[in-house]
Design a protein around this ligand. Structure first.
Ligand code: FAD
Length: 461
């Protein structure tokens, strides 16, 4: 029987779902899958993106773990595609590869002053508070007034973690260094800015409502933002999500405020113009232009310029994928160019079709690196179904590897001295983190340094 030796790069939800769907799909060939990740632990942004105070979403890890624990997928953690293992290596050992490498960089916000000290990307901050091993252990939380730019859920995660009292995060899995950092924060005011009106936000109602439940934090919304035009009123009437968001915001307009020690302000109709220098190269203020509805659901500038003193700014304007050596990359969209998951390369420019049109056989993409960094974890499942369907149908065009045995991959990694971690290693680390948590009355405390993660996984400590 034909056998598909498949490499999947990226052990986030997209990679794990792709493996699971392939193994369960109807097919007339055997499958053996190796799942690689450059982190020593699996689960991608579910472990290193989803906020620690969202245990229900973090709980998706239980379903992903069940897939891995079945034992029919080999996991190789701490192996980076592009340096530890290359596309040429994969062609020698596998019939095909699926890239599921997600997106971890911050998208740019091109305004003057964004490079000042005290200006941060949301993705960096998220990586810090979620204990990502490749980010600094400490975070400069010395600002009293902070701006967060963006009107999506990541902006809410960042604002919530900044505004929340550290003790209210103690029951979560946050690493000790994160708790200490947040406990010393002098923050009083978090200002969230969105270019458009309250009926155009990308927040989900659940995440928004949660802000109103934060202890000792007042929610501040401004009456001037609720003078709706016809398009906004129509959105409230026709879209359930917008209806709920509008209701939540209007409830906050009626609330008594003034007792809390921290405030979270939502400013709408605010187009970012500039981050102001305090005179020493650090963030000292934020300047924006007031916008107004354009009557068609969009906004136009009004020419009214406003400023606010702040000492730090976080841009939460989206994530962006990273290029992988030897793999086509669309620099504009930050994705691997593909047609329903089949990776495309540029046909010979002299042929007159210099765009991504030619299928790169044997190479597939799924998840955020396929579709762009939008959508929830559940969406990566339907993504994976589409990609796997094409992989199965392309059987006649898979690579023909010279060394397809499972042992040959172990030999390759060993010959390069790569300290990979495997599924039993992940169990070691998982147990270790749970035990750390138990000893402090918490569910889990994450291990952060990469060396420690690897040592514990490989039982070398
Ligand atoms: C801050 C934040 C909060 C979120 N909160 C929620 C939420 O509450 N609910 C929800 O449903 N969704 C949430 N999401 C969205 C969710 O995280 C994504 O939909 C999902 O993780 C995308 O899955 P993925 O597998 O494509 O990418 P990822 O989860 O990013 O997984 C990619 C994996 O590839 C690995 N990788 C990357 N490059 C390489 C390489 N060169 N070699 C080897 N491995 C590599 C990475 O280490 C990572 O493990 C959130 C996202 C963010 C950013």
């Amino acid at each position: 029987m034909t056998k598909l030796r498949l490499a999947i790069i990226g052990a986030g939800p997209a990679g794990i779902y792709a493996a699971d769907i392939l193994l369960k799909s109807e097919r007339n060939f055997d499958v053996s899958i190796d799942l690689f990740d450059h982190l020593p632990a699996p689960y991608g942004l579910v472990r290193y993106g989803v906020a620690p105070d969202h245990p229900r979403i973090k709980g998706i890890i239980t379903a992903l773990r069940e897939v891995l624990d079945r034992g029919d997928i080999r996991l190789f953690g701490n192996v980076r595609f592009g340096t530890d293992i290359t596309l040429d290596d994969l062609k020698k050992h596998y019939n095909a590869v699926i890239f599921a490498t997600g997106a971890v960089q911050d998208a740019d916000l091109r305004i003057p002053g964004i490079e000042l000290d005290g200006s941060y990307g949301a993705a960096e901050f998220v990586s810090w508070f979620d204990g990502h091993p490749d980010f600094p252990r400490s975070w400069p939380l010395d600002a009293r007034e902070v701006a967060v730019i963006g009107n999506g859920n990541v902006a809410l995660d960042v604002s919530r973690i900044l505004a929340k009292h550290a003790d209210d995060l103690l029951s979560t899995e946050i690493p000790d260094n994160v708790y200490q950092g947040l406990a010393e924060s002098p923050i009083t005011d978090v200002h969230v800015f969105g270019r458009r009106g309250p009926t155009s936000v990308k927040f989900t109602p659940l995440e928004l409502r949660e802000l109103g439940q934060l202890r000792d934090v007042d929610m501040i919304v401004y009456d001037e933002d609720f003078d709706y035009d016809d398009a906004a009123r129509a959105a409230v009437a026709s879209n359930k999500q917008v209806f709920v968001i509008d209701k939540v915001l209007n409830q906050w307009r009626q609330r008594e405020v003034g007792q809390a020690s921290r405030r979270l302000h939502l400013h709408f109709f605010a187009k970012p113009l500039e981050v102001l220098d305090d005179g020493t190269g650090r963030v000292g203020g934020f300047r924006w232009e007031r916008t107004a509805p354009d009557g068609e659901g969009g906004v136009v500038g009004t020419g009214e310029i406003r400023e606010l003193p702040i000492q730090a700014i976080y841009r939460a304007v989206g994530y962006f994928g990273s290029p992988l050596p030897g793999v086509p990359f669309d620099k504009k969209r930050g994705v691997i160019p593909n047609r329903e998951g089949q990776v495309l390369r540029k046909a010979d420019p002299s042929s007159g079709t210099p765009t991504w049109t030619e299928q790169m056989y044997g190479v597939y993409a799924t998840g955020w690196i396929k579709r762009g960094p939008v959508g929830l974890i559940g969406h990566t499942k339907s993504d994976a179904m589409e990609t796997v369907r094409h992989l199965i149908n392309d059987l006649g065009n898979w690579w023909r590897p010279e060394s397809p045995t499972e042992a040959s991959v172990l030999e390759l990694l060993d010959s390069r001295g790569i300290k990979y971690t495997d599924l039993s290693g992940w169990h070691n680390l998982d147990q270790h983190e749970l035990a750390l948590g138990e000893s402090s009355g918490r569910t889990r405390i994450k291990v952060v340094p990469r060396e420690d993660m690897v040592e514990i996984s490989r039982d070398e400590s």
